[in-house]
Design a protein. Structure first.
Length: 411
């Protein structure tokens, strides 16, 4: 299946509008954030303006109050939003909430949509996702948290969770727990909606990480919590998607999240490369501008190549998604590539800024420590490369060539 590079005029117009929104409103607003109160005020103001301008929930259907964008237009929008850390938040498009909204939309009952999805869509509440445990991460089928039915009314959960992003900022959690230890591995787990705060969902701490944290990180949902789950009572009506469906739904939500991170990376890498170019065109060493040195031009060229590949990958994946085609292989390839791409570009920008890049006078140092996690979250590099490699072998055994697993359907 070939790829059509024509971007519809409507999608181009939305991208331009979002780019302007990020530049005119979000980036200037970043400077106004100094404490919890200013964050609340600035975000509320931004969101009111965004909604009035029709910039709200880009990936959610219009009948649910969103912009109803398809995968291509949404990808173009997300590739702009990543330029500011207020971008996605301003349009209620931030992770991890976005993927859970999609899960509730696809699998929620009418009751769950009314009670839990509506306030999320409205931007009144936030939600976190508790799957990973100290006991199990990359292989989520090793989770130990148990859910036991107590009569017909409730489930009682006991166990632990680890690295639940935004738990401290969330008003509800989506928690995975084992309902049937005797079922096949992928059918043992179910998903529950938990209202927070809750005496059975104990946030023990926000885990310290290598990411540089500001006073607002946790308020904005940037923290990652360790949680004890102790005699957590959940009404049966809060079971999401039916017993045994937790794992399938988890994979469904992660698939979107993986791509969204990568899309935001394009914007961040672009901003880093722009900063690098701005710096080398004015900084002189040994009697010459840095930009006149071939070695520096090679460094910029490598970054430009990576960004170009990243954009093409995302456009191809969006193209496939528009047509409902299987994109699992491309998704895994891009997930790994985009995490390395942004790391390389930001690292290069730091290098070219010298000590200034290492300082906190530019955002580069914060970005650098923040993006390292992307090689771990939503499936570590090795697990995706394992899947991709298996598909390469399968394609060879089936077709006598590996082309189908390596973008060969483009030709
Ligand atoms: C910043 C951040 C945010 C997160 N947010 C959330 C969240 O909101 N909700 C949530 O539920 N979880 C979250 N996580 C957890 C994340 O999903 C897990 O860290 C990830 O799945 C890896 O699991 P693990 O850390 O237990 O590593 P492990 O499973 O212990 O794996 C350790 C390492 O072993 C290697 N490895 C594993 N399997 C294989 C294999 N088959 N072949 C070769 N090598 C392998 C990889 O290098 C891997 O990094 C977050 C993590 C981070 C860092």
């Amino acid at each position: 299946m070939s790829i059509d590079f024509e971007i519809p005029a409507e999608a181009k117009a939305i991208r331009a509008k979002v780019r302007q929104w990020v530049h005119d409103e979000c980036i200037p607003a970043e400077k106004r954030l100094v404490d919890k109160e200013s964050f609340k005020t600035v975000l509320a103001e931004l969101r009111t303006k965004a909604r009035a301008a029709g910039l709200w929930l880009p990936f959610i259907p219009k009948e649910y109050g969103g912009m109803g964008l398809g995968p291509l237009a949404n990808a173009l929008v997300q590739m702009e939003l990543g330029e500011s850390h207020l971008g996605a938040l301003s349009m209620n498009s931030q992770g991890p909430d976005d993927a859970t909204m999609l899960t509730l939309l696809a699998h929620g009952t009418e009751f769950q949509k009314e009670k839990y999805l509506k306030p999320l869509l409205n931007g009144d509440k936030r939600v976190c996702y508790s799957m990973t445990e100290k006991a199990a991460g990359a292989d989520a089928t090793g989770m130990q948290t148990r859910a036991v039915k107590d009569g017909n009314e409730n489930y009682i959960l006991n166990g632990e969770k680890w690295f639940s992003s935004a738990a401290s900022a969330a008003d509800m959690a989506v928690v995975m727990a084992m309902t049937d230890p005797d079922a096949p591995r992928h059918q043992r787990y179910s998903t529950f909606i938990v209202e927070l705060p809750n005496p059975g969902y104990i946030i023990k701490r926000d885990i310290g990480t290598m990411a540089k944290e500001g006073p607002l990180s946790h308020i904005m949902g940037g923290g990652h919590s360790e949680i004890e789950i102790k005699d957590l009572v959940i009404p049966a009506e809060n079971l999401l998607g039916g017993e045994g469906q937790g794992f399938n739904m988890g994979q469904h939500r992660l698939a979107y999240g993986r791509l969204r991170h990568g899309m935001h990376n394009v914007a961040m890498a672009q901003r880093a490369l722009d900063m690098a170019a701005a710096h080398v065109t004015q900084r002189e060493t040994f009697g010459k501008k840095l930009s006149e040195r071939q070695g520096v031009q090679w460094m910029l060229a490598d970054c430009a190549s990576e960004l170009y590949m990243a954009r093409l990958m995302l456009l191809h994946i969006a193209y496939k998604a528009e047509r409902g085609m299987d994109l699992r292989q491309e998704n895994s390839i891009a997930k790994v590539f985009l995490a390395h791409m942004v790391h390389k570009v930001v690292d290069t920008a730091i290098q070219l800024h010298g000590a200034l890049g290492y300082s906190t006078d530019t955002p580069l140092a914060a970005w650098y420590t923040h993006i390292r996690s992307q090689r771990l979250v939503d499936g570590p590099d090795e697990v995706h490369r394992w899947t991709v490699g298996r598909n390469v072998i399968k394609a060879y055994e089936r077709d006598g060539t590996t082309a189908a697993a390596a973008g060969g359907d483009l030709l």
